[in-house]
Design a binder for this molecule. Structure first.
Ligand SMILES: *Cc1c(COP(=O)(O)O)cnc(C)c1O
Length: 388
């Protein structure tokens, strides 16, 4: 039986998958079971931020596995303390909570927002504004938060208390941000929603209104964070620091992690017993995260991300098939004129390039460590497919 047949016999069919069995990876190249190589412009959805099996990262993760792999949260480990310090200092926050995924990070932020408001104002102020076309995760609560009707099926009843506002519609925001609202949650660049950056004026208005009404800002930076946009946080591109910021995907270089960062305002909201996660703060994940932070914090690294992003954008725009390019840094969307993004992704895969799609767009989230040579190689394939 082939790997694919065996997998499909035992694993629930909740994903549409390509017929591709990846066996190993090296740098920015993945290798399938037949030895065919693929340039990776998707990073496992922005997760392998340092590419495949980066030497420092492998060493950090393996050393930690040899030392101690898990302890439960009844005890402390040094690697957790070191990672928490490095992350808070890098991101400019004072406190954090450890989870294992983007959805969990967002669940934590939602719980903090509701308890912050309950502690201070009592009942009736539990609503959270999220944006149309947002994506916040697959758990029932984060699915409820997600502002896309296509996700609101089958699993009724959904979690109450989420109100959707149209992205970049200031009037809609003003009308709905009433005294039942405890938080506004948003992605600076909607990832799954089509690589759509929010407008500066809209972001300004969110922060202005929230400050005025003591409503919390929650930035879901699960996809945009950790250097993806050429700044450590995408919020830095907008000159903003949300009360709560969630990170996951690229944070630990490909091992599971999710964190909720907080400033002093919300630092003491979660008291003993109010939240938890067995695997949260797993030492191996923390070791992987430290390796990522060490790389991202190297002088000039983030400027390189910006420069490489610009380089890719320019190449994309040289194609007559590309109508427009969106996103910031190395979070890139390309709207096409005649071709379907899914068909382009399939054709690129056949030619040895892995890319993503988001709605109608081709989406690129290359490893942050990609070289210009690798970009050229990948773009040659992509432009070949687009222009054929
Ligand atoms: C991927 C993603 C999530 C969900 O992360 P999981 O790790 O799959 O739970 C949440 N928010 C955004 C913006 C994402 O891109």
């Amino acid at each position: 039986m082939s790997t694919i047949e065996q997998f499909n016999q035992y694993v629930m069919p909740s994903y549409g998958r390509y017929d591709l069995v990846l066996e190993k990876g090296e740098g920015r190249q993945a290798v399938d079971e037949n030895g065919k190589e693929y340039i990776d412009f998707g990073s496992g959805i922005g997760t392998n931020s340092l590419g495949y099996c980066n030497e420092d990262w492998v060493k950090a993760v393996c050393d930690q596995a040899h030392r101690i792999q898990h302890t439960s949260n009844y005890y402390y480990t040094k690697v957790q303390a070191d990672f928490a310090k490095a992350l808070c200092e890098t991101a400019g926050y004072t406190d954090m909570f450890f989870g294992n995924s983007g959805a969990e990070a967002n669940e934590c932020a939602i719980k903090i927002a509701r308890k912050y408001s309950f502690d201070k104002y009592g009942k009736g102020r539990h609503n959270i504004i999220t944006l149309v076309n947002s994506f916040h995760g697959r758990t029932l609560c984060t699915l409820s938060a997600t502002g896309q009707e296509v996700f609101h099926n089958y699993f009724f009843p959904f979690v109450e208390g989420f109100i959707n506002v149209e992205a970049n519609n200031i009037d809609d925001l003003r009308a709905k941000l009433d005294d039942t609202v405890c938080a506004v949650m948003f992605e600076y660049i909607q990832g799954e929603g089509g690589v759509m950056a929010l407008q500066q004026e809209f972001v300004d208005e969110i922060f202005r209104l929230c400050a005025e009404k003591d409503v919390l800002t929650i930035a879901d930076e699960v996809q945009t964070g950790v250097g993806r946009t050429g700044k450590f946080l995408a919020g830095d591109n907008f000159g903003k620091k949300a009360d709560l910021t969630t990170l996951a995907k690229g944070l630990a270089g490909g091992v599971p992690i999710g964190v909720c960062l907080s400033g002093e305002k919300c630092a003491k909201v979660l008291t003993p017993g109010t939240h938890g996660s067995t695997f949260g703060g797993n030492p191996i994940s923390c070791a992987g995260g430290l390796a990522v932070l060490n790389t991202v914090n190297k002088p000039g690294f983030l400027d390189e991300v910006t420069a490489k992003g610009e380089y890719i954008r320019k190449k994309l725009l040289s194609s007559p098939e590309v109508a427009s390019v969106s996103g910031i840094g190395m979070m890139i969307g390309a709207e096409l004129k005649t071709k379907k993004a899914g068909d382009v992704a399939k054709a690129a895969l056949d030619k040895g390039l892995l890319i993503l799609t988001a709605k109608t767009k081709v989406r690129l989230l290359p490893p942050l460590t990609i070289t210009y040579e690798e970009i050229d190689k990948g773009m040659e394939i992509l432009l070949g497919v687009l222009n054929s």
